[in-house]
Design a protein around this ligand. Structure first.
Ligand SMILES: [Zn+2]
Ligand SMILES: [Zn+2]
Length: 324
């Protein structure tokens, strides 16, 4: 499913099987999760995507042609971080997620809304056997970037999650497992989303313009809505952090300094490191994190994107890719 120009629907196309370069594996795609970031690429909100482009960066597949790290038939996950230079000041200081030259799957590199993909095997993950293909896909971005965001809240006891979608439904389970109190915030009137959050064991669910029953020690903002940032700050206790987890957000409106005063902080989380992935994929089956997926076929990719855009997906949308 090809993106030929931003702000146009993906188009089914025959593009031929990609050829793996040295260091890459050829992967037969089984499933690919749909992420809000895919929407930002398709909607032209992220600059200069490769064009034409295959989007999708939560890829579950099997290795067709072995590399040095994976054998033919191995199941692998291909995430957002597709390549780094390994030599810049960020890479050399354990911050490869910030690499100046990084290339991202489904953005600068062709991704997983396809039957085949090639990937640098150093950035692929083995996947825990406990998960079926469809259920494993959301772990690869919603899960592990959510996990990185959660780790930025340190040991915050009372955690707010703004936007209860693919990522939050996973993070809520990890946070509860860690013994935190979790407050889920959805858009106003999203009773179904709040009910879904409660079914996963959160302590409270309400709308993002409501005050939670207790102040928060940290909040993670998954919603791409800048106005949520001061709203979250306003209900965050002194010393607390508001973590912005999305790659794109509408402008944050100005707000009184008083909301930030008291050693509150705002920060963003960008991308992932391979260490985040290793840690999270080891942790997820031990909790165990259960992913709720809504299945679409590859050909229904545009419908899946529309469902994510409209907030109609319970959990995570995943494309199921039939064998070529
Ligand atoms: Zn680098
Ligand atoms: Zn993503």
């Amino acid at each position: 499913m090809l993106l030929e120009a931003p702000r146009s629907p993906l188009r089914p196309a025959e593009v031929g099987q990609p050829e793996p370069a040295p260091g890459q594996v050829l992967v037969r795609v089984r499933a690919c999760g749909v992420c809000r970031t895919d929407l930002h690429v398709v909607d032209g909100e992220l600059p200069e995507p490769k064009l034409p482009l295959v989007v999708g960066h939560q890829i579950v597949g099997t290795v067709e042609e072995a590399g040095e790290m994976f054998a033919a038939g191995d199941r692998v996950g291909v995430p957002w971080l597709g390549w780094t230079d390994g030599t810049c000041r960020y890479c050399l200081s354990d911050r490869e997620n910030l690499c100046d030259q990084a290339r991202f799957t489904g953005y600068q590199l062709d991704g997983g809304y396809a039957e085949w993909v090639v990937a640098d095997e150093r950035f692929c993950f083995p996947l825990p056997d406990e998960y079926e293909d469809l259920q494993a896909a959301p772990l690869l971005c919603g899960g592990l970037i959510g996990y990185r965001s959660l780790s930025m809240t340190d040991d915050a006891e009372r955690l707010g999650l703004y936007g209860f979608g693919a990522s939050a439904h996973i993070v809520a389970q990890v946070a509860k497992h860690q013994g935190r109190t979790v407050f889920a915030f959805t858009r106003a009137g999203d009773d179904e989303g709040q009910e879904f959050a409660r079914s996963l064991g959160v302590d409270w669910a309400g709308s993002s313009d409501e005050a939670p029953p207790e102040p928060l020690d940290a909040a993670i903002v998954f919603a791409p809505v800048g106005a949520v940032v001061p709203a979250a700050l306003a209900v965050t206790a002194k010393g607390g952090t508001v973590v912005c987890a999305g790659i794109h957000m509408s402008d944050v409106p100005s707000f009184p300094y008083e909301l930030l005063w008291g050693e509150r902080s705002i920060r963003s989380v960008a991308n992932l490191t391979r260490r985040d992935g290793d840690e999270f994929l080891e942790l997820a089956p031990r909790i165990p994190v259960r992913t709720e997926v809504q299945e679409f076929s590859l050909e229904q990719a545009n419908e899946a994107l529309d469902a994510v855009r409209a907030g109609r997906v319970r959990g995570s949308a995943v494309l199921s890719v039939a064998s070529a």
